[in-house]
Every structure is written in C-alpha cells, then in structure tokens.
Design a protein around this ligand. Structure first.
Ligand code: ADP
Ligand code: MG
Length: 513
C-alpha cells in the first residue's frame, strides 16, 4: 500500500482507479497500529475517510452507506478491541441484509495465518451479491508496511453490479392468480424493496391492482405515506383481515408478528418475494414464492397484470388520474356508479349527477347534454365526463346523435362488462349458445360480448375508442381530455366477472371519499 502511495507521489488523487473501479466511496473507522497507513492509502486513491470516535458507530455508519448507495461502505478497525467494538455493527448489518466490509489489521503473518489482500474484490462481491450482508477482511500488519515494486502491484478488476435474478414464470402467474382471486389483499413493503430501488414499479403495481399497502418502518416512503392506498394508520386491522399478503422484501419476523394468528387470519395466503431462497417459507407455508430481485420480479408481475382484463378499480384509478379536477361528473350503472362513488372524487358542489333518488337508469346522456349546454354558457371550457355502465348506456345511447348534432364536447366512458351487474366473456357466451336458443340458455343479465359501442359515436362524427389495456385506456383518456372540441366515447372492456370489493376495509371507503 505504501508502495502504491509512493508510486503516486503520495498525492491525493480524485477517486482513482481503485476506488472508482471497485466503487468504494466511503470508509469510516478509527486508525491505530497497524491500519493507519490503510486510511492514508485510501484517501490517496480518493476514498473519503471519516474518522469516528468508536468503532461501533463507525461500523453503523459504513453499513448505512451500503444500504443507501448499494455499494458496501468500509469500516476500518484495529485488531483486538477495535474489531470487538465493531461486532455490534457487523451483526446489525448482517441481520439488516446491508452490504458492509470491515477491514481489520492484525499482527504480522509470521505470528498467525491469515488470508491475502487480493481477496478484496471477492469481499466486495460477497457483501453485495445474493442477500447483502457484512464481510470481514483481516490485513496482517507486516502486509500493511510491505515494500513492493510499483510494477508488482496488481489491480483486480471491479466486480459487476449484482446480477439480476427473476422469478420462475409459473410462480409469477401463480401469484397473479392468487392476487386476482383475493378479496382483501395487502401488500407489505419492506426495506429490501427500498434497497432494490423498486419504488417506481411497486407504485405502479399498487395503482394498477388497487392494492392497499403497508410499509415496514424503514420502507416508509418507497410508496409515499400520503398515497391513498397506504393503510399504515390501520396497521393491525389491515394485517388481521387480509386474505392475501404480498411480502415484498420483508421477513415474517417479530416486526411482522411472525405471520401468525392472532395478528393474521389463520387462512391467510402469503406470496413471498425475496432474493434469499432460505427466507422463503420461513414461519408460514407460502401460497407462492418468487425468488429474485424485487424490482425485476415486480416488473414481471406488472407485465402479467397488464395483460389481464382490467377491473373497475383499475379503470377508475386511471380516470381519476387523468380527468380535470373541476369537471362535471355524470354517472350511472350498477357497479359503475357504486364503485365510481368511492373511487372518483368531486371537489366542487353541483358537479355530480347520477341515478338519483329514483335510481333511474338512462338519465345519464340527458343529464350530460344539459350539463354541457349550461357549462358552455356559464363556465366555458369546463368538461363534462359521463361514466356509464354498458347496460345503463343502452337506455339512451341514441342521444349520441344529439350530442354530435350540437357538437357538445362530452367525454363518455362506457365501462363494459358485457352485462347488467356481470356478464359473460366471448368464449363462455359461445359455450352457452351450444345449449340452444340464447333466449333459453343465456343468463338474463348478459349482453352481447364485446359490443363496439364506440362505433355509434364515430358513426355520428365523434371519436370512438375501444380499449382493453391500461395503456390503451390512458392514451384514449389523454387524447379525449385534451381535445376540447369533439365529442368522444371510450368503450372500456373489463373483466366480465369483475365485482365490487368487500367493503370491510374501512380505508377503502375512507381514503377514497
Ligand atoms: P423489514 O425490516 O423492512 O421488514 P427485512 O430486513 O425483514 O425488512 O427483509 C428484507 C428482505 O429483503 C430480506 O429477506 C432480504 O433478503 C431481501 N432483499 C434484500 N435485497 C433484495 C433484493 N434486491 N431483491 C429481493 N429481496 C431483497
Ligand atoms: Mg355492465
């Protein structure tokens, strides 16, 4: 090391080959014989050295750097008491799954047998790859002060960032179906999720599936605490009533009451996502285990969810995100109106028109036409958005001609489940027809599957969109909200069996009101 320092003229260098290639930026410690030169050498190659007052605090600091940056922090200690003091930090990092390298100096090699300095890059890898944790390097004293020729210094290549592992496809689809069948799902976000930088994908998953979520203490902020789906305020209630729990980088240890009753339902189904195989199945028998990097696995789950038919919650989530706050909302239908009441907020008075006291279906288009006429005269530019179930739309669908004749820029969204309350998908419809005349064998609640209501709108010169995926829905919403001249209709196909979620989660109603 001295040779290295000398070879470089002892100059302080900007984070040079060593530190940059190994991406080690910070060292915390307390120097003494024989490690003082190590701190000097570290500084010489651009590593920031912070001298602390106790090795324990130094070790905590180095491990937190590992958590925050994803590259291990280094803790430098002397042998004996220095190392002993660091043990608290080592244990803490190991249990927290945070990458950490502890470098200690021991007596010379002729006094004991120790590993070689060239093990350094392996140590970096060991601390970061797989489940992150701490590792220890002991540098013999005579090694620190060894004189070597510059030409004999070997530089070892930096290890690559941890390889990204993905879960088995069958496990991903198993998890998707368990989530789809859940009545009261709960996503638990742990610090592993924070460490893997999975925030964007987790947020998307929360919103796409309408999942309530609970952060563990250090996972707070992965999805912001003020997100409407955050149930932290009702933690015990959420844990107790969830029928499916998705564990994203959190262990079922004491912090989560071991996943056992009475804090959880006896029959709770747990979907576990973790990078450490040994963690899977700890304390509970999981319904699905996804072994892999949280960010990558969440993305796999997202891709799968996106290809599934949408449900009411997904549709209303996107509508809520993309419509103007001051629009006039007209709504009718059974599930469409009921779920829309909790999912679509109003911010101003007299801007909500629905089936009313009489529970009348077929009022929507008339109401929307009136609202658009009044808005045109009194509050120009204010949009009217009419959200209809497919059955409700049928009662007055021909008013689309009126809307186009008067060129009223109303946006009509038909939430289409092929039926009244629930419907049949095209395949089941075909199956039913095999039994004979539709009048005798098709359930009275079903309407024609995949009816293209948007074509009625385009027939009259307005814009029609047929959408099946969240992405298509977002694009159609953006296009029709920004077009303030033309009437439009978005026909949104959802899962014909999609239903209202049980309302026993108080936050589902409370937070969305
Ligand atoms: P909390 O204290 O927030 O509940 P834990 O420390 O119990 O979190 O759990 C963190 C989990 O995250 C560990 O089981 C660890 O193996 C896992 N983990 C760490 N990094 C990743 C990653 N990149 N991908 C998947 N799992 C990870
Ligand atoms: Mg319907």
């Amino acid at each position: 090391l001295r040779a290295q320092v000398r070879a470089r003229g002892g100059d302080r260098q900007p984070a040079g080959r060593d530190s940059v290639q190994r991406n080690i930026e910070y060292m915390f410690g307390i120097v003494g014989i024989p490690v003082t030169e190590i701190a000097i050498a570290a500084q010489a190659v651009g590593i920031k050295y912070v001298g602390m007052r106790n090795e324990q605090a130094a070790c905590y600091a180095a491990s937190a750097v590992g958590y925050l940056t994803g590259r291990p922090g280094v803790c430098l200690v002397v042998s004996g008491p220095g190392f002993l003091h660091a043990l608290g930090g080592i244990a803490n990092a190991t249990i927290n799954c945070w990458p950490l390298i502890v470098i200690g100096g021991s007596s010379d090699r002729n006094q004991e047998t120790m590993g070689a300095f060239q093990e350094f890059p392996q140590a970096v890898r060991t601390s970061m790859y797989g489940r992150p944790g701490s590792c220890y390097i002991d540098i013999p004293g005579d090694f620190v002060n060894l004189q070597v020729n510059k030409s004999s210094v070997k530089y070892v290549e930096c290890c690559l960032p941890p390889p990204i592992s993905m879960a088995e496809h069958s496990a991903v689809s198993k998890a998707a179906s368990v989530i789809a069948l859940s009545k009261q799902p709960l996503l638990i976000v742990g610090k592993g999720a924070a460490y893997s930088h999975a925030e964007n994908n987790i947020r998307k998953l929360v919103e796409l599936c309408g999942l309530p979520f609970l952060p563990t203490p250090m996972a707070k902020g992965v999805v912001p605490d003020n997100h409407p789906n955050c149930v932290a305020a009702a933690r015990s209630m959420a844990l107790q009533h969830a029928d499916v729990i998705i564990l994203l980088g959190a262990r079922l240890n004491w912090i989560l009451h071991f996943g056992l009753p009475p804090r959880y339902r006896q029959d709770v189904k747990v979907i576990q996502i973790d990078i450490c195989a040994e963690e899977l199945g700890n304390n509970v028998m999981p319904a699905a285990t996804l072994l892999g990097d949280i960010n990558a696995v969440t993305q796999q789950e997202l891709a799968l969810q996106k290809s599934l038919p949408m449900n009411y919650y997904t549709v209303f989530h996107h509508i809520r995100e993309l419509i103007p706050k001051d629009c006039i909302l007209v709504s009718e239908g059974a599930n469409t109106m009921d779920i829309g009441r909790t999912m679509l907020p109003n911010f101003y008075p007299r801007q909500r028109l629905d089936a009313g006291t009489f529970g009348t279906m077929g009022v929507g288009l008339g109401f929307a036409i009136a609202a658009a006429m009044v808005a045109r005269d009194r509050t120009p530019g204010r949009r009217v958005i009419c959200i209809e179930g497919d059955s409700a739309f049928g009662f007055s669908g021909m008013e689309l001609e009126t809307i186009c004749r008067y060129n009223l820029p109303i946006l009509i969204i038909v939430v289409n489940n092929n039926g009244i309350y629930t419907g049949l998908d095209a395949n089941s419809w075909e199956e039913m027809l095999k039994f004979g005349d539709p009048a005798t064998c098709v359930p009275p609640v079903s309407l024609l599957p995949n009816a293209h209501y948007e074509k009625i709108m385009s027939a009259f010169g307005g814009k029609g969109y047929f959408v099946k995926t969240p992405e298509e829905l977002q694009n159609a919403l953006k296009a029709s909200v920004s077009d303030k001249q033309t009437p439009s209709l978005i026909n949104v196909m959802i899962d014909p069996q999609s239903e209202r979620k049980k309302q026993e989660f108080p936050w589902l109603t409370r937070s969305n009101l």
